[in-house]
Design a protein around this ligand. Structure first.
Ligand code: DAH
Length: 371
């Protein structure tokens, strides 16, 4: 064997190693060519002593060169096989990024909740604190203390849902311990689902001294047929401000500011005299109808949203009646104030373009996801 044979051997080994299909085949080639005991290079080296002295250096150098080439080839192939295995594993575990993702359904606040929060936010900016009151109420707070005694015709418009009539009074009073309502009238009281948020005017004044500035959003109940603008369960917001210098001008200013902040400058606002037993004088505020743009008619004829009136009444309001002030121990010659109360749904309808109030409570996702 000569030096050239070693180069040829290395060439053959390189080719076989490069073609080794797997780790096992590669190991066999490693043993065969580079094995310490029986490998081809080792065997060649063993012949070294038998060579003529003059040939030994060249042969030894050729053997070393061949070993280096073979080892380099083994390393390359090992790396290549590992890389191929890794690529196979990755391909097997691959995520298909072109697969359309599952639709994410993001939750949202109900339009009524959003509207209540917006109302509270705007009034907070004018110094009104948001408070809440009971949905189940005493006749005293709902009517009596608001100048609406039992035989008053104003009761008719509050088609009341009674929880408990006079017969079982003692049970009701004991259960809730509402001594104040009873003591104030000296009479047994009746329990009802509040038909408006105005009872909170009395409750708040009973518990605070002026200055008072509160906004009271809350659920109300009336026994009535539903139509596009009426529901038997609905929300109101009540406002109350009591101080030493308040006038009707403050009331108008606050409500105008509210309307502008809620709808922007575009909505028209109408202020008209009205009557409520617990305010004197009283007024009614209305916004022009969004569905017919204040014309009272749409393409389909008479506007269903405003019933053709062109206006949507938004709130009742007025200066708090001196009787109500006296009843809670405020001196009407020192304190006066204004109150207002309106429907949340009406405002939510204006804000979302909803033309039928019943949509708010039907839990129809097609509607709820569209507003
Ligand atoms: N509570 C009345 C209603 O539901 C609305 C109302 C009118 C509230 C005048 C007020 C007010 O605070 O001052 O019809």
């Amino acid at each position: 064997m000569r030096a050239e044979d070693l180069s040829e051997l290395a060439g053959r080994a390189e080719a076989e190693i490069a073609a080794a299909p797997d780790e096992a085949a590669l190991d066999a080639l490693r043993v065969r060519y580079a094995g310490r005991r029986e490998g081809e290079i080792t065997k060649a080296m063993k012949r070294l002593p038998a060579l003529p002295a003059g040939e030994r250096p060249a042969f030894g150098a050729a053997a070393n060169a061949a070993r280096e080439r073979i080892e380099a080839a083994l390393e390359r192939r090992t790396a290549a096989l590992r890389d191929a295995a890794l690529q196979r594993d990755l391909a097997a575990a691959a995520v298909d990024l072109t697969l359309p993702p599952r639709r994410v359904r993001i939750g949202r606040y109900h339009p009524i909740t959003r509207t209540i929060r917006e109302i509270s936010r705007i009034f907070a900016g004018m110094g009104f604190e948001a408070v809440e009151g009971p949905e189940v109420e005493w006749d005293y707070y709902a009517f009596e203390a608001l100048n609406i005694p039992a035989d008053h015709p104003a009761r008719d418009k509050f088609s009341t849902l009674w929880v408990q009539a006079e017969g079982s009074m003692e049970v009701a009073l004991a259960a809730t311990g509402a001594g104040r309502a009873r003591a104030a009238t000296g009479q047994p009281d009746r329990i009802l689902l509040r038909p408006h948020t105005s009872p909170m005017q009395i409750r708040v004044m009973e518990q605070r001294r002026p200055p008072v500035r509160v906004i009271v959003p809350g659920r109300c109940f009336r026994f009535e047929a539903t139509d596009p603008t009426h529901e038997s369960v609905f929300f109101q917001y009540e406002g109350l401000a009591i101080d030493e210098q308040l006038t009707m001008a403050d009331l108008k200013g606050v409500l105008y500011s509210f309307a502008r902040q809620l709808f922007g400058g575009e909505r028209k606002v109408r202020f008209r005299p009205d009557y409520f037993p617990f305010t004197e004088p009283s007024a009614e505020i209305a916004f022009d109808c969004f569905a017919c743009d204040g014309t009272g008619v749409t393409n389909e004829g008479k506007c269903r949203t405003c019933a053709g009136s062109a206006w949507i009444e938004a709130a009742g309001c007025g200066m708090v009646h001196p009787d109500a002030l006296r009843r809670v121990g405020y001196d009407p010659s020192k304190y006066q104030g204004f109150a207002f109360g309106g429907g949340v749904e009406r405002l939510a309808m204006l804000l979302t373009g909803t033309v039928d109030i019943r949509l708010f409570h039907q839990n129809d996702l097609r509607y709820l996801e569209s507003v």
